[in-house]
Ligand binder design. Structure first.
Ligand code: 4AD
Ligand code: MG
Length: 437
């Protein structure tokens, strides 16, 4: 018989169908078996009645264990008391592979144990919900750019030089003792393709040798980065707020069920519509100093430093929408930032901090367009100029103001799912001390 997916079950009520999947959970009471069957697309409760099935099926019902692979046939119907919830009267149950002691049981397990069993943990309801949200975020990211005149131009992973500071580079041996680095960001290449295509984006894995063990950091994460020729800082901010609002609306539209599994307060997400507040770094510094004076944050923030995680958490908790902090001191930002013409010590950059204390999800800004100044910055940052000759060319041949940003997908998933830690937002997270499975 043809296989039906649980996600399509409402179209097959009253019909004889076959589901191919696994046993999620089981309860039985003498003459009745209640099997939660999952097939990747959803979970449905199946009811086996001893008196209505063959001895063989009843014997399988008693024998089948959690996460055994099974094929069941039966007739789905709507739950008598819960509209929109479906159940299935099972007629036959075939065990494809009987699972022995399954390591993950419905009881509580420690996080390290679950992380060690990530390959199995992915089957659980909560992990399934998070990765479905991730899927929708990625789809809407692509749709947003594809529908707004952007061209996808993917950037290389092996690169000859740093983009985001030399302290988080992963070095690999290329050929003949040449050193290469895993990309920290596709931005520099985006700047080249933006001069060719006007509006571009790249989307791929990026790598940071982050020695910090925080709930926001992965060593391998997926970043989407748009870049736009002739864009100024204000255009970049407008693009970021429209982009984020679009993603949130799509997740709300299509992932209600998953958000429910995650017990997400969706009213918080429904508030995410343009415009987003803009906060100059100077004012963010004042806000943090004020909070310190009032005893709301522990350390006193000094003007000139980068915002740390606790600073971002405090600022973002003051707003119910993402807040765009712009014009940081150039000192704390990357070498390629365009200086503010009003105040050369500030960079025309923006960090978007997600609400509810989630902190930075986007970093970006306007890029330096002067050849001379850029070369000077490369020297100041002690970067090898020969690795950047091609990048400098972009300032020699038709240089224009331009800008863009990067969003870490996992940070976005963490926020939209309302969960604690980025480690659950990617199928197989890579972190300090975590390379397996
Ligand atoms: O702020 P970042 O370092 O900016 C850039 O890389 C720019 N070159 C992007 C651009 O303008 N095209 O990183 C951008 C985003 C951060 O806001 C964050 O969401 C994510 O990438 N990110 C990380 N996510 C998980 N783990 C890490 N270690 C991350 N580092 C950055
Ligand atoms: Mg940043």
């Amino acid at each position: 018989m043809k296989q039906t997916y649980i996600s399509d079950i409402s179209k097959h009520l009253g019909e004889d169908i076959t589901i191919k999947g696994w046993l999620y959970n089981k309860r039985s009471s003498g003459k009745l078996g209640f099997l939660e069957v999952r097939d990747g697309s959803g979970i449905i409760q199946g009811v086996v009645s001893k008196k209505d099935v063959s001895d063989e099926t009843w014997e399988s019902t008693e024998r089948v264990t959690q996460e055994s692979s099974i094929i069941v046939t039966g007739v789905p119907r709507e739950h008598p008391k819960k509209p929109g919830v479906y159940e299935m009267d099972i007629k036959t149950l075939e065990i494809v592979n009987l699972t022995g002691e399954y390591p993950i049981t419905p009881k509580e397990h420690g996080v390290e144990f679950l992380m060690d069993h990530r390959h199995l943990w992915l089957r659980s309801r909560r992990q399934h919900a998070i990765l479905k949200v991730r899927h929708t975020i990625i789809k809407s990211v692509r749709d947003f750019f594809d529908n707004n005149g952007f061209t996808l131009c993917d950037t290389p992973i092996f690169t000859p030089a740093a983009c985001e500071g030399t302290s988080t580079l992963f070095e690999v041996n290329y050929f003949d003792d040449e050193k290469a680095y895993l990309s920290q960001s596709g931005q520099l290449y985006n700047e080249a393709t933006a001069a060719a295509f006007g509006k571009v984006y790249c989307f791929g894995p990026t790598f940071r040798a982050e020695k910090s063990k925080t709930r926001r950091h992965l060593t391998e994460f997926w970043m989407v980065e748009p870049e736009v020729a002739y864009a100024k800082l204000d255009d970049v901010m407008e693009l970021a707020e429209n982009f984020i609002s679009y993603i949130v609306s799509r997740v709300l539209e299509t992932r209600q069920e998953e958000l429910k599994v995650l017990e997400r307060d969706i009213s918080k997400l429904e508030a995410i519509v343009p415009p987003f507040p803009r906060l100059q770094y100077d004012d963010a510094a004042k806000m943090l100093q004020q909070a310190h004076a009032e005893g709301k944050v522990e350390h006193r923030f000094e003007w000139g430093g980068d915002l740390g995680a606790p600073d971002e958490t405090y600022i973002s908790s003051q707003y119910d929408k993402p807040v765009m902090v712009h014009r940081y001191p150039a000192e704390v930002k990357a070498f390629y930032m365009e200086p503010d013409p009003q105040r050369a010590d500030l960079a025309l950059c923006v960090d978007v901090l997600a609400p509810e204390g989630y902190g930075e999800i986007i970093g970006g800004g306007e890029r330096m367009s002067s050849h001379e100044l850029l070369l000077q910055r490369i020297h100041e940052h002690q970067l090898p100029p020969e690795a950047f000759d091609w990048y400098l060319d972009l300032r020699k041949y038709g240089s224009v103001p331009h800008g863009g940003f990067g969003m870490g997908i996992e940070r976005c998933v963490t926020w939209l799912c309302g969960i604690e830690h980025v480690r659950e937002t990617i199928p197989f997270p890579r972190m300090l001390y975590r390379l397996k499975p």
